[in-house]
Ligand binder design. Structure first.
Ligand code: R5P
Length: 259
């Protein structure tokens, strides 16, 4: 792997622990003013000290985040649809030139395996992998499920492996039981992280993070289960304790509870 690519990846995945906590706040690109992100800066800026990296759109960055912020950016470069329409109908919205201008440490787009516009989303991933390889910028492929697809190991394993075969440098998927470990193994050396998904009870979200890292994920790329929590700072600290310190769910839950 080329020096620049390795350098950027090591900003996202801690080279010593091999783990990461990415804070996902890119939801507005198809959900608009998502609960918790209406004033994105007010929610996200206090959480930044506890995040290893930030997954966000260029509009999110330029409007709400200071350029003096020192966390690596994983830039969402796909979009073009909304929650009112077919979710898989994405295009690449953000050029690699703008990603470089922003100083992105990685770029990301969604892949909708089984979706109506499956091929288009695969083309999107392939294009940003080609461009990312040209400039040494790693690509995080997001296995998006749309509204109707079943989140089991057979489906998620198919989606993740396709992303790996197409050259993604990291893959984000959902945790599932049983056989999450098989999904990770079939991704070879490509690191797998989990999304949090819709807001669930805090202990259940921490259990999911624990189960994911126990079964081979290198960390989490979590949004709503952090920023929609009644204690977002406690929650991100609790997730960090699980991912980086191997804390138990009970220990982490106590961290979440502290105000
Ligand atoms: C969704 O398409 C976005 O990429 C989100 O960043 C991703 O789903 C992770 O956020 P959450 O933990 O809220 O699911």
């Amino acid at each position: 792997m080329e020096w620049g690519m390795k350098n950027r990846l090591s900003r996202i995945i801690n080279p010593k622990s091999g783990r990461l906590v990415m804070l996902a706040v890119d939801h507005g690109y198809f959900q608009g003013p998502t609960t918790g992100l209406r004033d994105l800066g007010k929610t996200v800026n206090p959480l930044l000290p506890y995040a290893d990296s930030l997954m966000i759109t260029r509009g999110g960055l330029r409007n709400w985040i200071s350029p003096a912020m020192d966390k690596p950016v994983v830039l969402r470069v796909s979009g073009g649809q909304s929650i009112l329409k077919e979710l898989s109908n994405e295009i690449i919205t953000t050029s690699i030139r703008d990603a470089i201008r922003i100083n992105a440490s990685a770029v990301t787009c969604s892949v909708y395996i089984g979706g109506e516009y499956e091929r288009q989303s695969i083309e999107n991933l392939s294009r940003i992998v080609n461009e990312g390889n040209d400039y040494g910028i790693p690509v995080l492929a997001v296995t998006a499920v749309g509204k109707d697809l079943v989140r089991d190991a057979k489906y998620l394993g198919l989606a993740c492996r396709i992303c790996v075969e197409l050259g993604a440098h990291m893959v984000k998927t959902y945790y599932c039981e049983p056989d999450f470990d098989k999904i990770v193994k079939a991704c070879g050396n490509v690191p797998v992280v989990i999304a949090g998904g819709k807001k669930i009870e805090e202990r259940a979200a921490l259990q999911m993070a624990k189960d994911a890292v126990t079964n081979g994920a290198v960390g989490v790329d979590m949004g709503r289960n952090i920023f929609q929590s009644d204690n977002p700072i406690g929650m991100i600290k609790a997730v960090r304790a699980i991912v980086h310190e191997g804390s138990s769910v009970n220990e982490a839950f106590k961290i979440y509870k502290k105000k």
